[in-house]
Design a protein around this ligand. Structure first.
Ligand code: ARG
Length: 468
């Protein structure tokens, strides 16, 4: 960071009128946000250009001053984008860095830009614009993940795999059904980002420091220029709430939980003990010492991202709680948290979309595992209810005895002879074998949302229409 030459009295050139001395070096270090809020430069310049144009349209500043400001801001923008902008910690933040540079470029008219606004509504505007963009990026990222999961689901709508509860084999399900469970989760995440975006899309600009302004500004015009739906209705609220950032972080946290759970499953499934899936080389790493290793690092890192994302969420909730209205400098602590959470949730979404697209599910392994562990025991109990008229509790008990019998013999349920079955319940006949296969089991689960391939395919088509 280059430091601008100190002004004559070393006090801040932006507000130093009543100050005789500049800040202590440590004060500058704790106070300055330019080290991170420079990321808001494009939003800051966009907001200022909208503000200046409105000031001229309202006759508050002259057209020629507004033009000079508008052009000068574009020069500042290109300087920042070219990487040769003299950022200064003495100028605290992006707002004052941009304005000071504007003054260097266009001179006196720069001083008219800050008419009828304050850094308080300025930062609230910049940050809303930035978070709004992140919502859009998260929505696209989620759509890519959903598309990849849908492709997996479609390929394996009838591939049988074990379904788990307590990570113990429970009942057979299909690969498509399992993938579609995540499509539903990511679909709700999509809804949360969309809802948050819609709610945050109001303009704080023109709230000024806290009370509004006496200048005849046009807040509708600046709201429109910045593609906000409307101006915020209360100036105190406009400068002092960060609920839009909290909503973004909350949506990001929930999304990161979903990403983490899917990642965990991919880690488990890609292990030698499972081999349900194999990750492509593109998303794996090797070991520097064990030549046979192929590690699911991307999945592990996505699994971990919830740590920092939830950390950021807790941090900003904690900063905001108990703050009196309106603006307090505490709120400057909002940005790094949101920046980090946004960067990481977007990266995790991109990695998940790529990893899922390149993932190979091992149909044979999954099917073999699905038959193990007496996974059709519930189907047997249901058969006893349906065909032999047993109350479910009794059928459950009889099936338990059959499982114990098979376990003792070291075989699967469908390997018990009819005589062995009838020793537990004489009403059992040959047709019981038809429900003991895993394919019959999944095909029978036709209830809405169930694992039957027909049901799964219906959900896949619904989602494809929704995304189209
Ligand atoms: N850098 C400040 C922030 O991020 C900008 C607003 C400063 N406002 C003030 N009254 N000091 O919050």
């Amino acid at each position: 960071m280059t430091d601008r030459p100190p002004t004559k009295d070393a006090a801040n050139s932006m507000w130093g009128g009543r100050f005789a001395a500049g800040p202590d070096a440590i004060m500058e270090a704790i106070n300055a946000s330019i080290g991170f809020d420079r990321r808001l430069y494009a939003q800051d310049i966009r907001g200022s250009r909208a503000h200046a144009a409105m000031l001229a349209a309202q006759g508050i500043i002259s057209d020629s001053d507004a033009n000079a400001i508008g052009e000068g801001l574009l020069t500042v923008l290109s300087e920042i984008e070219a990487g040769d902008f003299p950022f200064s910690a003495a100028l605290e933040d992006i707002h004052m860095n941009v304005e000071a540079r504007l003054k260097d470029i266009i001179g006196e008219p720069a001083g008219r830009l800050h008419t009828g606004r304050s850094r308080n509504d300025q930062v609230a505007t910049d940050f809303r614009l930035w978070v709004r963009d992140q919502c859009d990026a998260a929505i696209s990222g989620l759509e890519a993940v959903i598309r990849a999961a849908l492709t997996q689901a479609e390929a394996g709508a009838d591939w049988v795999m074990p379904g788990f509860t307590h990570l113990q084999t429970a009942q057979p399900v299909t690969w498509g059904h399992h993938m579609m469970a995540y499509v539903e989760m990511f679909g709700r995440d999509l809804g949360r980002f969309r809802d948050a975006r819609a709610r945050m899309n109001e303009s704080p600009l023109g709230a000024a420091a806290l009370a509004g302004t006496g200048y005849p500004i046009d807040r509708e015009a600046t709201a429109k220029a910045l593609a906000f739906d409307r101006p915020m209705a209360n100036s105190l609220d406009a400068v002092s709430d960060r609920d839009f950032a909290l909503e973004f972080l909350s949506a990001a946290s929930i999304c990161a939980v979903h990403l983490s759970r899917l990642s965990e499953e991919l880690v488990i499934w890609s292990s030698a003990q499972f081999r349900f899936v194999s990750m492509s080389d593109k998303w794996s790493t090797g070991s520097s010492i064990m030549p046979q290793k192929r590690n699911p690092d991307a999945a592990e890192l996505i699994r971990a991202k919830i740590g920092r994302i939830l950390g950021a969420t807790v941090a900003l909730f904690t900063v905001m709680k108990g703050l009196p209205l309106a603006y307090s400098k505490d709120m400057q602590e909002d940005k790094e948290q949101v920046f980090d959470a946004a960067d990481n949730v977007l990266l995790a979404l991109a990695a998940m979309a790529g990893m899922l697209a390149d993932l190979t599910a091992n149909k044979g392994r999954m099917e073999a595992a699905a038959s193990a562990g007496f996974s059709t025991a519930t189907d047997l109990a249901d058969w006893l209810v349906r065909e032999a008229g047993l109350p479910f509790r009794e059928a459950h008990h009889a099936t338990g005895s059959l499982v114990a019998l098979a376990e003792g013999k070291g075989c699967d349920l469908d390997e018990l002879s009819l005589a062995e079955m009838q020793s537990v319940n004489p009403a059992i006949n040959q047709s019981v074998y038809s429900v003991l296969g895993v394919h019959n089991s999944v095909a029978s689960r036709q209830s809405y949302g169930g694992t039957a391939p027909d049901q799964v395919r219906a959900q896949i088509s619904r989602w494809k229409e929704k995304l189209a």
